[in-house]
Write a protein that binds this ligand. Sequence first.
Ligand code: ATP
Ligand code: FE
Length: 354
Amino acid sequence: LIFLGIESSCDDTGAAVLRGQPGTAHVLSSVVVGQNDLHAAFGGVVPEIAARAHAEKLDTCVIEALAQAGLTLAQVDAIAVTAGPGLIGGVLSGVMCAKGLAVATGKPLIGVNHLAGHALTPRLTDGIAFPYLMLLVSGGHCQFLMVRGPQDFTRLGGTIDDAPGEAFDKTARLLALPQPGGPSVEAEALKGDPKRFPFPRPLLDREGCDMSFSGLKTALLRTRDSVMDGDALRIGDRADLCAGFQAAVVDVLREKTRRALALYLAESPAQPTLAVAGGVAANTAIRTALMDLCAETGTTFTAPPLALCTDNAAMIAYAGIERFALGEVDDMTLMARPRWPLDTASPSMLGSGK
Ligand code: ATP
Ligand code: FE
């Protein structure tokens, strides 16, 4: 099967071509065009600007992805597109583009849940078998998912407020470090003392896998102001703040993952696997903590390469292949959805909107 995938749910426009079957697919091309320059002046993604940029970039992304794959649209078997969740204007741009291509070519159209795309990526990159435990940890999401099948997800818990990536980005902003905050805070943390400032470990005393990261940001702001010398933040203080903040995030993620693993192991003790996806999985301290935890519990650890961990269309094409193999296709009534819980991963499982 040859699938074209289209992604436009946030601030990356993507198109990709994949060849293969569930569990054995190859990425022939994956084009991602970011929009950081367009939003930089506003300190965050502006939905209107994002939607317009997607509408402008989608066709060239599709053309480029086909060219890199050395294929024509006629050689594609089906078109998969992110139908939510995300910024509605962007999702609509992608869905409209995919519908246009499907009508023009007569190829099947498959709507994909963006989170299912992230959650199924380890099957694309490592061919891992169901079931597995997934920690999705990015700029917009943080949740533990039990993945039993292409459309069988159970959420074990997640953040009740900010996502860790968002917390890294806000920390960077408060400390005048460049965006995206993850890599700059991580680099700064390497130079600092993680023990100097005691940051809270929110919800660690509470049972279950839920997490909270918004209090960390407040703690960081308070601590920063307490060490500031007028308007200036000393270099050493900044490094210590980053190290302390990151250590708190690492501790929370490690301990909550320990609990999620216990829940998962109680149900699926044979050949347990933890897969981590999302931009925050790029963080070496977080990755190392999770790998150590896996080693401790005899769990296989896997994390897709970064380019497939952050938003991309290859994961959408792949999730489309998985849905198509179940005999599911959509038609022109496919809707763009701003919200779309993963436990209703198939658009046909949603009561409304059809
Ligand atoms: P989503 O995919 O959930 O809609 P998103 O597109 O913002 O959200 P990703 O592209 O998966 O998320 O990841 C970007 C986030 O990852 C940013 O918040 C960024 O700061 C964070 N990040 C990237 N590298 C690192 C790192 N080394 N350490 C910590 N965080 C990181
Ligand atoms: Fe995403």
